[in-house]
Design a protein around this ligand. Sequence first.
Ligand code: URA
Length: 434
Amino acid sequence: MNMYDIIIKKRDGHRNSDEELEFLITEYVKGNIPDYQISAWLMSVYFSGMEDAEAAKLTMLMASSGDMMDLSPIQGAKVDKHSSGGVGDKTTLILGPLVASCGLKVGKMSGRGLGHTGGTLDKLESIPGFQINISTDKFFDIVNDTGLAVVGQTGNLAPADKKFYALRDVTATVDSIPLIAGSIMSKKLAAGNDGIVLDVKCGKGAFMQNLKDAETLAKLMVEIGKHNGRNMSAVISNMDQPLGKKVGNSLEVEESIDTLRGNGPEDLTQLCIELGSEMLSLGNIGKDPEDRKRMLRENLNNGKALEKFREMIKAQGGDDKVVDDFSIMGKAKSIFDVKITKDGFVKGIDALSIGKAAMHLGAGRAKKEDDIDPVVGIELLKKTSDKIASGDVIAKIYHNQSELSQDIIDQILNAYNITSDNVEKPKLIYNIVR
Ligand code: URA
């Protein structure tokens, strides 16, 4: 078998056999196939696509190129959630404790933020003392005892994906649906959960900018999971505007705690209920969707979900006083009020621009090595469909700059699209693929 023939086949629109894919992944990870041949093959996949079964095989090979987590020491149904990335997306911080308070086991490996999207680990680390690096045995103990732990990646998960992603990044082949699906699902399969709920974001702040592409990606990831013996569900949700009102690490912890107390923004709460219901369903908890949503709402309102969050913080070494006193996370030195000079209605808020503005404040990383500032960020006081009048404060900027850059203020103002006509509330959940 040789790589040249494998490339020709894919270039000409044919399916690569299981044996060819096995050869490609195994030999590439060993360093026996040069990057230029893999780049040519990736570009061929970009143009020719892959059959579902072919993508499923590639994904499992990528997953098994490294460690496969064995979560069997955790008792009960283990269900994971993955979001394809967005601005202000703090759902893991809420969903984890929420579904754990309903009896599900959540042993979750999360990542850091890069570019305009934030990362769960960075958010959790704004809580003083919170440890994301814990031993595997302790991880199992915490999940068995409290129902929930969120940690950094342990072991060597899907090294083939790491190598592929680095090449895709520099060869303009990131936005290929089979390659995105394979990349996301290889890490999810390696993480070892029985069930996986995917939150596929669709809109201006997401990888998938239109519903057709988001549905194609969701269906393919669900098929890949099922092919490899996992229970799957994918919720396609709107990412035209940031989720919730706060963007930035400690600000997002604050909003998560408010939501766990039953006082969260409507869109964030609704998405958590929807994703939570899918997670409980995969874990065989609750009779039907209504019953599951009732349980989830009840636990947001009766304090059980918040209590779970407190337990997780304590178990992972964090200071659980944060639940009652946000100030222990520190505060930005200055708060700047962004005022609008028009009357009308908010037609849209460009999530990508808000994410980039937050990154420039220091809430995110332009490069992997960059440090972040946990306390800076943006609070959006007005969201899509809200009425505004000239002089209203539409957003607050929490910053640590001696003089706030006008570019950042303009970026936020320009992210707001204002119209004189009434605007309907945008749809949050587009579709669910099971
Ligand atoms: N997230 C991933 O992990 N991989 C992709 O290719 C795209 C988004």
